[in-house]
Design a protein around this ligand. Structure first.
Ligand code: IPE
Ligand code: IPE
Ligand code: MG
Length: 245
């Protein structure tokens, strides 16, 4: 998409859902209470994306580095994933959401893996919104697994072949990448796919990120000029011939 300021809704929004722990801490609650509230916030965000005509929502739920958290929090997050699946999938499906789980499943328990596969199957016919949940995901892992796959197949490693082997090959690259919680870093999220994503940083903690905040992010996106390496003049007069060599 090379258009600017069209008022169009981004086709693909990616979100680093950060700030659950601080949300809980401010209320003198255990960190897991923040993660639970984070699930509510994700449900609200997914519905808002459906209503606004966003086609793909990709969220960062658990990073490859989050295993290094206290064991109690890690096991709490694993249980929360299982509970959320059991509780949320039917409603998400009724809302027209198709779920994909993106990340390294090999270190997840058999029970969790089964739950993920079942949720994907149960929602496979839905077409209103693709919801990619990145769980045990890392951008470096993704690039490495793609390269490994190509090497095993004897396929030359090029930007195009890697692109097709990446974990998000089933969707276009994110147009808008939102990080909540105030930090301005990528924390090993979509290192490859975010090459030309518009970045938006919100100071709101993820459990507080509501429809109004989403609209602010979309509004900011609409004010950006996406140039993809071209000049502003070329974007404004798309008929200008492009010299390629
Ligand atoms: C993001 O919230 C969710 C996960 C990483 C699982 P945090 O748990 O990182 O919340 P803060 O950053 O400590 O507030
Ligand atoms: C990024 O948040 C991962 C998720 C939101 C799942 P972190 O809280 O783990 O990131 P850092 O440690 O602040 O960079
Ligand atoms: Mg954090």
């Amino acid at each position: 998409m090379t258009s600017k300021k069209t008022g169009a809704v981004p086709r693909h929004i990616a979100v680093i859902m950060d700030g659950n722990g601080r949300w809980a801490k401010r209320r003198l609650l255990p960190r897991l209470a923040g993660h639970k509230q984070g699930v509510e916030s994700l449900r609200r965000c997914a519905r808002a994306c459906v209503e606004r005509g966003v086609q793909v929502l990709t969220v960062f739920a658990f990073s490859s580095e989050n295993w290094n958290r206290p064991q109690e929090e890690v096991s709490g997050l694993m249980s929360l994933l299982a509970t959320a699946l059991a509780k949320e999938v039917s409603q998400l499906s009724r809302d027209g959401v198709r779920l994909y789980f993106v990340g390294d499943r090999s270190s997840l328990s058999e029970k969790v893996r089964h739950g993920l596969a079942q949720a994907e199957q149960q929602t496979a016919h839905n077409t209103r919104l693709i919801l990619n949940i990145c769980f045990n995901y890392g951008g470096r892992w993704d690039i490495a697994q793609a390269a490994e796959k190509l090497a095993a197949q004897g396929v030359a490693i090029t930007p195009e072949s890697l692109d097709k082997a990446m974990a998000l090959a089933h969707v276009p690259d994110p147009d808008l990448l939102i990080r909540t919680g105030g930090e301005m870093r990528i924390s090993n999220f979509l290192l490859w796919q975010a090459a030309y994503s518009e970045m938006y940083f919100s100071a709101s903690l993820w459990p507080d990120f509501d429809e109004a905040e989403l609209d602010l992010a979309i509004g900011a996106f609409n004010g950006r000029e996406r140039r993809f390496g071209q000049t502003s003049e070329q974007i404004q007069q798309p008929s200008t011939p492009t010299v390629t060599a």
